[in-house]
Design a protein around this ligand. Structure first.
Ligand code: IPM
Ligand code: MN
Length: 365
């Protein structure tokens, strides 16, 4: 048995509920691939603030860096919204991304045929949609300096800075080009180069780099147009690469193609490190009720197998379990449409069905 250590940060709200489903399944599948997963669970976000007065501690960050691979649930909640910005749960997440150096955030938009009626878009529009959003994650306006609040003639104001350097753009674009080579060979770079200096740097840097990828088709799209095109004709996209803020917004919009934000996993990579988290938030309104959709967390665990553990078979096994559960008609509330043959279930029923699929495949193997 190979032994692999990972850190798990369940976080706040529905984070723990969805993450425990993911870990159990991950452990079971890894065992089938001769890998024993050693899990260290640590507090993070609001939960950590309650315990230590800070949403993350040096020690927790160090343990994450040491383990290299981190699976995270979600952070945030209304009870922490009024804290100083550096004490907010979101600050811990940004710090973790930065310290792990995971600059490329991969958000695959897979449309499952079984869910075509759960999307707000027509089936004809969705058919064949398969997008990989590559979002720059450790730069841009999320981290740019200066950043402050002040006052001018009695009028308070705030400043954020959107900054991109050539090297920052190149390293994330490289991930996009390489990914495109293994897919349909097309990259669409999304920016606001008609207005923003940082976007003109973004575009110029990508065009330069594209000379090293003559086999990949590069196009450019302005972010406002892109928001519209995602809904108008999602099949036109293969790999999309964009900055931190634009990627945050576009990926939430694109999640509705799959039927629910509760379906979207993400992998953040950089160097040898990997941070895996569902795209959805902590959903405080449904936390603790046993109704949360765990599939985004489970799909994030599949990405952990693919990109960090290099267990492609295990990744596919988890993804097949997700498809099987959806094809059995099991739906959490976020996906339920009263379509015949479907059944409204809670988090636990989804978890059992996933585990059953995995155990059955073990017997077949
Ligand atoms: C995401 C989230 C985070 C982000 C928040 C929680 C800081 O919305 O991962 O998309 O904006 O990056
Ligand atoms: Mn977001």
């Amino acid at each position: 048995m190979n032994r692999v250590e990972i850190v798990v940060l369940p976080g706040d709200g529905i984070g723990p509920e969805v993450i425990y489903v993911a870990i159990d399944l991950l452990k079971a599948v890894c065992r089938q691939y001769d890998t024993e997963l050693i899990v260290t669970e640590l507090p993070f976000g609001g939960t950590c603030y309650e315990e230590y007065g800070s949403p993350v501690t040096e020690e927790i960050l160090n343990k994450c860096k040491k383990a290299k691979f981190v699976l995270l649930g979600a952070v945030g909640g209304p009870q922490w919204d009024d804290l100083n910005p550096d004490k907010r749960p979101e600050a811990a997440l940004l710090q973790l991304r930065k310290e792990l150096g995971v600059f490329a955030n991969l958000r695959p938009i897979n449309v499952f045929p079984a869910l075509s009626s759960a999307s707000s878009l027509k089936k004809e529009i969705l058919d064949g949609t398969d997008i990989l959003i590559v979002r720059e994650l450790t730069g841009g306006i999320y981290f740019g300096k200066p950043r402050f609040t002040s006052e001018e003639n009695g009028d308070p104001f705030s400043v954020d800075t959107m900054k991109y350097s050539r090297s920052e753009v190149r390293r994330v674009a490289k991930v996009a080009f390489e990914a495109a080579r293994l897919r349909d060979g097309r990259v669409c770079s999304v920016d606001k180069a008609n207005v923003l200096e940082s976007s003109r740097m973004w575009r110029k840097s990508i065009i330069e780099l594209s000379e090293e990828y003559p086999d990949v088709e590069l196009t450019h799209m302005l972010v406002d147009n892109c928001a519209m095109q995602i809904i108008r004709q999602p099949t036109q996209f293969d790999v999309m690469v964009t900055g931190n803020l634009f990627g945050d917004i576009l990926s939430d919009a694109a999640s509705m193609l799959t039927g629910s934000l509760g379906m979207l996993p993400s992998a953040s990579i950089g160097g040898e490190n990997g941070l895996y988290e569902p795209v959805h938030g902590s959903a405080p309104d449904i936390a603790g009720k046993g109704v949360a959709n765990p599939l985004a967390a489970v799909a994030s665990a599949a990405l952990l197998c693919r990109y960090s553990l290099k267990l492609e078979g295990a990744a596919q096994q988890i993804e097949s379990a997700i498809i099987s559960v959806l094809e059995q008609g099991l739906r959490t509330a976020d996906l339920f449409t009263e379509e015949p043959g479907t059944k409204l279930v809670g988090t636990d029923e989804i978890a059992s069905a996933l585990m059953e699929f995995v155990q059955q495949s073990e017997n077949v193997n």
